[in-house]
Design a protein around this ligand. Structure first.
Ligand SMILES: [Mn+2]
Length: 211
């Protein structure tokens, strides 16, 4: 059984299927996680959501997930969202109509962070960043979903995890681990770059180039 983590998917359903094929993903024994941002920018956000629900992908909440939740629950369409891929998501949602309840249920259960211990390795999963020394349960949700400083300035988390996985700040190359064992798996699928899936125990990675 592997614990695999996906970077920001951003509506790239085709890349999702292809990268999982490269990884020999076996739904009967592998567990899939994601650093969040399932939707927006790419063409097939509804198909990505449908996949994530069917395969019980353990995602955390990203800023784009919150925007889509707000659209589903309150009909909100802020221009800041529409400009950053919201238009594509609404189009996809109207084209590939999903049953609304399972989608809402999936989003409502999506936490801001996850803590797991595969093979004795203590791992935290967040979307954006954190403020060092503050336990995840006490972090501001806006920091967990939006912050970039933690990754960009390679801050020491000063928390008791062996590894922290995150996304949000798209890399132009491959997934990267910094000196504090913080691993960024967002390889720019939202910008038609690559989608990455990584084995959280072995750190073996698979990537699919969208361009
Ligand atoms: Mn993102």
């Amino acid at each position: 059984m592997r614990h695999l983590i996906l970077g920001d998917i951003h509506g790239q359903f085709d890349a999702l299927i292809r990268v999982l094929k490269k990884a020999d993903y076996d739904p009967s024994c592998d567990i899939l996680y994601c650093v969040g941002d399932l939707t927006d920018r790419g063409p097939d956000s509804a198909k990505v959501l449908d996949f994530c629900i069917r395969h019980e992908v353990c995602s955390v909440r990203g800023n784009h997930d919150i925007w889509f939740m707000d659209y589903l629950t309150r009909g909100l369409t802020p221009s800041v969202w529409l400009r950053q891929g919201g238009y594509e998501t609404i189009a996809s949602w109207k084209k590939d109509i999903l049953t609304r309840e399972p989608v809402l249920d999936y989003y409502q259960k999506m936490p801001y962070y996850r803590e797991i211990q595969p093979e004795g390795i203590s791992i935290a999963i967040i979307h954006g960043g954190l403020i060092p020394e503050i336990p995840l349960i006490k972090q501001d949700s806006a920091v967990l979903t939006w912050d970039r400083y933690f990754w960009m300035f390679e801050q020491d988390p000063k928390l008791s995890y062996d590894r922290i996985f995150l996304g949000h700040t798209a890399l132009s190359g491959s997934a990267r681990i910094n000196k504090h064992n913080v691993i960024n798996v967002d390889t720019g699928a939202g910008y038609n770059q690559k989608l990455t899936v990584m084995d959280m125990v072995t750190l073996g990675k698979f990537e699919y180039k969208i361009y």
